[in-house]
Write a protein of this length. Structure first.
Length: 310
């Protein structure tokens, strides 16, 4: 667990590899909220974090989900069974998937396969409708007097919200502000790339959502992949450049017979070249290894976007 100022902690959910997927725990006047929770397998780790910080389970008021992709929200139902007073805060488009996760499971199974879903995520637990708070754009979560503003931030997914915490001048942006693995940090700071996971990538909406977050003048972002980054303006510029470059790659290979392989190869070269420019010392093989899952999913997401364009 990493402790930050303003009562914020990052808890490694244990998904995939260390420092890959984070849940953030906010504590205010003895009350607590989780923002994103990982998978069913993450629940013991989150409960252990509460115990380490001597926070009773009864003191957790909210489980805020930026979106319902399984690496962020898969463990929400199982976690809520352990938190008697907590309510799930969910984007309006995501509520039905938390109450009845059958369609969510079907969609994820189509991408990953049934065996991988069971291994990585387990069996999703539905959340009772009365324990779900629908967070439309502008909804405010009141955590013991600390206001957390939920804003609608589509682009990565249409059911995506981001959480603004004025106290820390920070957003908890889920996947809207990309991903930044700590292995890629250099003297230049954090390295970042967009995530275009299927099936709802929309480049124009994603750029608009990033621009909207920038209008709040955030000093830091607490990413799910992985935790705090600063130098927000530079990182946003890098995201804008890469979103455009990734769209160009998709369009360039749209008619290729082996479209998926060509998009993956071009994405790999894009990320390797940008990692080099950032001062990353990894060889090409190590960059591919660390970004293998993201390259595959980004390629799939770009292809879905191509097909939806008609």
């Amino acid at each position: 667990m990493i402790e930050y100022a303003h009562g914020i902690s990052a808890v490694d959910t244990g998904f995939f590899r260390p420092r890959f997927d984070a849940s953030h725990l906010l504590v205010e006047n003895g009350r607590a909220a989780f923002i994103d929770v990982g998978t069913n397998h993450s629940v013991p780790l989150l409960l252990a974090a509460l115990e380490e910080k001597q926070i009773p389970r009864e003191a957790v008021d909210f489980v805020i989900l930026t979106h319902v992709h399984l690496d962020h929200a898969g463990g929400a139902g199982a976690l809520l069974r352990e938190l008697p007073n907590a309510r799930a805060v969910v984007h309006p488009r995501g509520v039905r998937h938390m109450v009845d996760p059958s369609q969510l499971i079907a969609g994820a199974t189509a991408v990953y396969g049934a065996e991988e879903i069971q291994r990585s995520y387990g069996t999703l637990v539905p959340i009772a409708a009365e324990r779900v708070v629908t967070a439309a754009d502008g909804h405010v979560v009141n955590l013991a007097g600390r206001e957390l503003l939920c804003i609608d931030t589509p682009g990565h997914a249409r059911h995506h919200l981001s959480v603004w915490d004025a106290r820390s001048r920070a957003f908890f942006p889920g996947d809207t502000f990309g991903l930044s693995y700590r292995e890629f940090d250099t003297e230049k700071g954090a390295f970042i790339l967009p995530t275009t996971t299927p099936v709802q990538f929309d480049p124009d909406a994603l750029k608009a959502s990033i621009q909207r977050m920038l209008s709040f003048r955030p000093q830091q972002m607490f990413l799910t992949h992985y935790s705090r980054v600063t130098d927000v303006g530079r990182l946003a510029h890098d995201l804008f450049e890469q979103i455009d470059a990734m769209v160009d790659i998709a369009l360039a290979h749209a008619a290729d017979a082996d479209r998926h392989a060509h998009i993956m190869a071009s994405l790999t070269q894009l990320y390797i070249s940008r990692a080099r420019a950032h001062g990353c010392a990894f060889d090409d093989t190590r960059v591919r290894e660390l970004l293998a899952m993201d390259i595959e999913l980004n390629a799939q997401g770009l292809e879905v976007w191509l097909d939806q364009r008609g």
